[in-house]
Design a binder for this molecule. Sequence first.
Ligand code: 13P
Length: 336
Amino acid sequence: MTNINEIATQMVTPGKGILAADESSGTIKKRFDSINVESTEENRMNYRRILFETQEAMQNYISGVILFDETLRQSNKDGKKLVDIINDAGSLPGIKVDMGAKELALMSGETVTEGLDGLRERLEEYSNLGAKFAKWRAVIAISDKIPSTLCIDANSHALARYSALCQEAGIVPIVEPEVLMDGSHTIERCYEVTKDTLTKVFEELTKHKVDLKGICLKPNMIIDGKECSKKSSSEEIAKMTINCFKETVPSEVPGIVFLSGGQSEIEATENLNEINKIEGTPWNLSFSYGRALQASALKAWQGNHENEEACSKAFAHRAKMNSLATKGVWSKEQEN
Ligand code: 13P
């Protein structure tokens, strides 16, 4: 039986990264609305199985796929389970287990992620359905007044309890504390908030006896708020991101896989590439992108059977570009 350390290491195989295809029902509807496709169970299955059946991407560049509950139970029209399509390509299926970020009572504008009640039983079921890893996303928003220490504490505590339950079940937890890009804050403020958050997260993980060699960290990059008047270069983003992690992330953690968080496809690739040009870091630094791996593919698909190949090609291209970025050898010219 493979143990959690081996699974975590496999998730960050050099040159590979994770496809986040775990959009909740609400989020996938938003994505489908953007291409005027109705979000039916069949359409969701069809779109996602096109991605998972893309052999070039899945065999070479994608170490694991994060799924939503519905997808973990779905089969394609020939009756083959989507989980088996992923396994057959040599990639690992994973499952989003949080129940979403809910308003933190009495704390205006802040959220805490829910889903701990009954999680032990759900993890057992997910493990039986083939999930090798899980994901829990905590959300930290920035404004002049937030985040509060309470918000960081509550979310870090929940992440640690989730991680411990995962490891008990033999499942690798993806620990995702996302400091949002929304707002006009500076890159320095993002650094400060991410540093406070990661410090607290690792304090709680340690307190809850989580084996750091059996987790995968999924953080934001250190980046300017979307409405910030300054736009930092990818070199600055890379330098500050690595500096922040050196201050907060223990070297036992095998890998760090970034979320894209609203960056464009090219920005997310370019920033990851710069990050990987920096030498001497103890972790594998890769991607776990949702939008930044799927935006072009979704646009190419348009819900139309005839566009399947174009959708698949667009996904394979982004997967390849991001794979190059994990080695720091991507360049803009390779986009053409
Ligand atoms: P994005 O890359 O679109 O931010 O999604 C990653 C993810 O899984 C967020 O939880």
